[in-house]
Design a protein around this ligand. Structure first.
Ligand SMILES: [Zn+2]
Length: 236
């Protein structure tokens, strides 16, 4: 989940965003449980409209990973809840709970306030919500397939952010990258836990630029799965 100090400094237009998201989920809608039709994903606690969105996001994540020959080894569990709290104490839109091996996702109507104060506010709410689910599904599959779990947060976040941004519709991605003033020289990318902690948005755009640069991409993901992430700085 991309949270950091910059979260608290951004201006935003919350009302329209809240209305837009809230319209996707009427309070009285029944909750649905089920397995996604085209993805090995089991969802609980979702409204029907959310279920479709979660399954579509899961398909996006698995398609992107599948393009790198990384497939889920078992079903991925997704739980939707009114409130998802990260172990660090922040409320987040989504979070992969590695101890329970579950992707926990906030109901779409409850997600608005968590994104409004970030650069992601330039995205359509549905696009951002979906991309966050992609991010957490990537965490879940990488955890399934890792021969050795990465010891740094940046090694865990690189694939999640890179594929989250890759999953966005082209126009939305361009708008986000423009907003974030992404630089295009991926060769000088720095991936370490300090950059991640202080500017997760910068880290995300660098991860995407690095992942999509020639010679990077899938090879980097496989290096991470093998525990051989020499492109990510290990700090003392
Ligand atoms: Zn993450």
């Amino acid at each position: 989940m991309p949270l950091g100090p910059t979260f608290l400094r951004r201006a935003f237009a919350l009302p329209a965003f809240v209305i837009s998201l809230a319209s996707l989920l009427a309070p009285s809608e029944p909750r649905a449980e089920g397995r996604c039709a085209e993805a090995p994903v089991e969802v609980s606690g979702a409204a029907p409209a959310e279920l479709d969105m979660l399954c579509a996001a899961a398909r996006d994540a698995l398609r992107l990973l599948g393009a790198c020959r990384i497939d889920a080894s078992r079903a991925i569990r997704v739980e939707t809840e009114p409130r998802v709290t990260h172990p660090f104490g922040r409320d987040v839109i989504a979070y992969y709970d590695s101890r329970r091996d579950v992707v926990r996702v906030t109901h779409v109507a409850d997600a608005a306030a968590l994104v409004a104060d970030t650069p992601y506010r330039v995205l359509a709410p549905e696009d951002f919500y979906r991309s966050m689910v992609v991010h957490e599904i990537v965490h879940a599959v990488m955890a399934q397939r890792a021969k050795r779990m990465p010891t740094s947060a940046s090694a865990q976040e690189y694939p999640a952010y890179a594929l989250q941004i890759a999953s966005l519709p082209e126009g939305a991605r361009a708008r986000l990258l423009e907003t974030l003033h992404s630089e295009q020289d991926a060769r000088s990318a720095h991936f370490n836990d300090i950059v991640l902690a202080f500017d997760p948005f910068y880290f995300a755009t660098r991860a995407y630029a690095h992942f999509t640069a020639p010679g990077s991409g899938c090879a980097r993901l496989h290096a991470l799965l093998s525990g051989d992430a020499d492109f990510i700085a290990t700090l003392p």
